[in-house]
Design a protein around this ligand. Sequence first.
Ligand code: ADP
Ligand code: ZN
Length: 210
Amino acid sequence: MNLIFLGAPGAGKGTQAEVVCKELNIPAISTGNMLREAVKNGTKAGLAAKEFMDRGDLVPDEVVIGILKDRIAEDDAKNGFILDGFPRTVAQAEALESMGVNIDKVIEINVPDEAITARMSGRRVCEGCGNSYHIEYKPTKVEGICDACGAKVVQRIDDKPETVISRLKTYHEKTAPLKDFYAARGKLVTVEGQDKIEETSKLTLAAIKG
Ligand code: ADP
Ligand code: ZN
């Protein structure tokens, strides 16, 4: 099963992707995590991406499309995958189609902007493995330390309030049009994001199976 998780930054698509991928036994592929990893390792793609990411802008399509194409060609993606944070522009969605990738469903996790700005200040990410946390909704067992790998859990530079507002604007301008794109193909299912992660997961799994 090939799935796309769509949603505004901070809507919880990454968290849901982590839950659902275990349930379905397919990898969750996060272009945001891959880009952060590339920046950390100073690769060519990382160097090209950094300034855009720090500003909260989208990384140019050709950079992200290249990374994604290589990733879905790996062995573990043969039986399906969840794309978390890709596509984010109509050009990226078209690139996916021209790669011949068939998408079964696009799950949109819908959260109003007001709720998102309130949530973002609590978001944390692991410096080591990229796992995401939230101080209120998904805390680490030990404060500041990743449950999965023991590395430090920090706030992302692009989670500052000013940057969040600009990322939301970019989402509405560039990414939200994908709802129509996939609705026209009969693939779009919308899930209302709940405060409790488990509640959203129930709705998300029902939307995938339904
Ligand atoms: P969030 O969903 O919280 O915005 P991500 O981790 O998905 O965060 O992405 C972080 C940043 O990485 C984005 O703001 C953007 O700069 C870059 N990025 C990730 N995926 C894409 C993509 N598909 N196209 C362009 N830029 C991307
Ligand atoms: Zn970790």
